[in-house]
Design a protein around this ligand. Structure first.
Ligand code: P6P
Length: 337
């Protein structure tokens, strides 16, 4: 009798365990996260298939059913919207793909909001680089009914859950509800996420930095001096190695697992007065994850990402995020110490 490999803890079980840590919980957040997991599975299947199609060079814009094939980020956006608008736990949403707040279906309004980047780094699909969904969940501040934009414009410190789904050599979901960070790997043979990285902690120190050095001629002095410092041996510490994929979720996930610091600072020329990355559905959720895993996330003028009060849905913010010792060091250079 062949020994059947016992599968581990499923993500549904972990989400329920997280709920049990909060006696006041009603199960709404559990329901919300469970629907998000379904969206992740649907997107994962499509990303892998589309990736294959791109690699195989299957041209044409229709699939085998003769349906027109959407761009993957449009598909991912629609998939998450459809799940969330009718899950009964969301009152309003924000998506990187849509200018305005997205309402819940009438009658399905709930007590949470979600802001998401449906498929960050999607331009990398056809070169088979990992891409990801990033999500941020808050409790509503308005009383009831349809949510409003102020329900979404809350600081990252008030998130009740945050995380990402990375579609790579395997599909992983990494999330936190404020009680540590848990990583789950999708087993496509059974269509379930199993706990593969319990209580993730980002290494305190590292030897990797991630930044797009093409912009270095335009960096402000503190960033330039910090990166030059990492490149040189210091008190017996070997020089850092550069790792830059150009897909935020991939760069962040590698640093979470192996340690490292990711930087997307402002610069003097590129016109990105506030950097490139978005506060609501990129920097803030990853900042919650990294702080829950023992790391830090600041702007290039030293503000804690989770303390920033958003002005608008698609506000950009400079981001320095990763291992605590590396971010502490960056902060010293930014202060000119
Ligand atoms: P650059 C992808 O387009 C993205 O939004 C992030 O995933 C990534 O970190 C960043 O842009 C890369 O930007 O300017 O280095 O190409």
């Amino acid at each position: 009798m062949a020994l059947v490999k016992r599968k581990g803890i499923t993500i549904s079980r972990q989400i329920m365990d997280d709920q049990l840590l909060h006696p006041e919980a009603t199960g709404a957040l559990t329901g919300l996260l469970s629907d998000l997991v379904v969206a992740g599975k649907i997107i994962s299947a499509e990303v892998n298939m589309a990736g294959l199609a791109d690699i195989l060079g299957q041209s044409g814009r229709t699939n085998i059913q003769g349906e027109s094939v959407q761009k993957l980020d449009v598909f991912a956006n629609q998939t998450i919207k459809r799940r969330m608008e009718q899950c009964g736990h969301i009152c309003v949403m924000a998506s990187e793909e849509e200018e305005d707040p997205i309402p819940a279906l009438p009658g399905y309004e709930g007590n949470y909001t979600i802001a998401f980047d449906p498929l960050d780094g999607s331009t990398n699909i056809d070169v088979n680089v990992s891409v990801g969904t990033i999500f941020s969940i808050h409790r509503r501040t308005s009383a009831n009914g349809q949510g409003v934009v102020t329900d979404l414009l809350q600081p990252g410190s008030k998130q009740v859950a945050a995380g990402y789904i990375i579609y790579g050599s395997s599909t992983m979901m990494v999330y936190t509800t404020g009680s540590g960070v848990h990583g789950f790997t999708l087993d496509p043979s059974v269509g379930e996420f199993f706990l593969s990285h319990p209580n993730m902690r980002i290494p305190e120190a590292s030897l990797y930095y991630s930044v797009n050095e093409a912009y270095s001629p335009h960096w402000f002095d503190g960033i330039r001096d910090f990166i030059n410092h990492l490149k040189t041996e210091d008190k017996g510490r070997k020089p850092y190695s550069a790792r830059y994929i150009g897909s935020l979720v991939s760069d962040f996930h590698r640093n979470l697992v192996k340690g490292g610091i990711f930087l997307y600072p402002r610069d003097k020329k590129s016109g990105k007065a506030e950097g490139k990355l978005r506060l609501l559905y990129e920097a803030a959720p990853l900042a919650m994850v990294v702080e829950q895993a023992g790391g830090r996330a600041i702007t290039d003028d030293g503000r804690r990402i989770l303390d920033i009060e958003p002005r608008d849905l698609h506000q950009r913010v400079p981001l320095i995020i990763g291992s605590k010792q590396d971010v502490d060091m960056a902060e010293q250079f930014l202060r000119g110490e």
